[in-house]
Design a protein around this ligand. Sequence first.
Ligand code: SF4
Ligand code: SF4
Length: 72
Amino acid sequence: MSKFYLKFDDERCKGCGLCVNFCPRKILSLDETRINKQGYPLVNVTDPEKCIGCAHCAIICPDSVIEVYKNE
Ligand code: SF4
Ligand code: SF4
């Protein structure tokens, strides 16, 4: 089990890619095959095991889409 996990409020995502660019582990990517109701591509966590829980993604997101949690 990975140490941290992310929750996305998918319908608020605007597919801007800021979180993708700011993740120091480069484990986020926009998935053009998953589109929300607004028509924007959603974010995938490509390698959850590598997440260090830094929350840079959550802080940089202009629409407060991401929450970072620690697995107990
Ligand atoms: S918490 Fe940090 S390492 Fe994990 S996905 Fe977000 S930016 Fe990347
Ligand atoms: S920064 Fe927020 S709005 Fe932009 S792609 Fe990431 S989750 Fe979506």
